[in-house]
Ligand binder design. Structure first.
Ligand SMILES: [Zn+2]
Length: 298
């Protein structure tokens, strides 16, 4: 089954719902960053939450950046998604493996920690970014997205994100759902959904059992209760390039660039998001310095 996200509303107009299968997406992140189990789960869950958040935005071309830092062993996690299903991200400490928790699951809460914040920035082209942040509630990521949406965007939601890591560190399953309560929802209907979410198996278990994103939403709301609006392919993809990093280098103070030229005869840049490396030789660095100088004198 390929990775994709499905968008739906319930036929009674009370809920908006999203579900995603993101196994390949998280597998690419795992291999790009060589993450170990706890880091894979923490980064994977963040990527899944971020891509759903980006797809839940009404505006076209809006990018969403999520930063999570709970001062736990994995350190900071950063994920960035456009509104076309492309998401990228990295984790400060990729090599974290912890003993399983009481439920025999990867202890993501412990790996992430709870002494910090989840911060979300939304930026539409040509507009100032909107940034909101709330304290982490459990470090389990799903709960933290839920709390963020309720507190910062006043959208009552339920977010479930799940990653299953095989013994050899490969990704067995990854995906999630996000349910948003619409203004017409009744108390009774909300309680029913909340109860149902508690009853269903973990998302990674459902995905391991070859259930599709549509199946997962039907499991929550019941068959025939949903209008499926759109499916969007999702993937881990980085839009970095030598040109883009060159533009960033032009913003570094000229004396610093000159030192790099004199002492290192060039510069190597590594992309945090995908690990790709770019080298700028003496000639290229000299050009960058010229542009930086002209910018500085403006
Ligand atoms: Zn990159």
């Amino acid at each position: 089954m390929n990775d994709y996200l499905v968008k739906a509303t319930t036929t009674d107009g009370m809920f908006r719902a999203y579900a995603v299968n993101a196994k390949q997406l998280v597998a690419t992140a795992q291999s790009d960053h060589d993450t170990w189990s706890a880091s894979s789960a923490a980064l994977g869950r963040t990527l899944i939450g971020t891509v759903m958040l980006a797809e839940s935005v009404e505006k076209n071309g809006e990018a969403v950046t999520v930063k999570i830092d709970g001062k736990g062993p994995v350190g900071q996690i950063v994920a960035d998604s456009d509104s076309n299903g492309h998401v990228k991200g990295y984790i400060q400490n990729p090599h974290v493996h912890l003993p399983l928790n009481d439920q025999h699951k990867i202890d993501v809460g412990k790996a992430v920690g709870i002494n910090g914040f989840i911060e979300v920035s939304r930026a539409a082209e040509g507009e100032d970014p909107y940034t909101g942040s709330v304290p982490l509630t459990s470090g389990e990521i799903g709960d933290d997205f839920t709390f963020y949406l309720a507190q910062s965007e006043q959208i009552p939601s339920a977010v479930g994100v799940s990653v299953f890591v095989n013994d050899d560190n490969s990704i067995g399953a990854a995906g999630g759902y996000m349910i948003q309560v619409l203004p017409d929802a009744t108390e009774d209907a909300i309680n029913k959904v909340v109860d149902r979410i508690k009853e269903i198996p973990m998302i990674s278990e459902l995905l391991l059992d070859n259930q599709s994103p549509e199946d997962i939403l039907e499991l929550i709301f019941g068959k025939g209760q949903l209008h499926f609006l759109q499916t969007i392919p999702v993937e881990f993809s980085c839009n970095c390039s030598k040109f883009r990093f060159g533009r960033d280098l032009e913003g570094i103070p000229v004396p610093q660039l000159e030192t790099m030229l004199k002492e290192d005869h060039g510069i190597d840049v590594t992309c945090n998001f995908c690990g790709k490396q770019y080298h700028y030789n003496e000639e290229e660095l000299t050009k960058i310095i010229k542009v930086a100088q002209s910018k500085a004198t403006k």
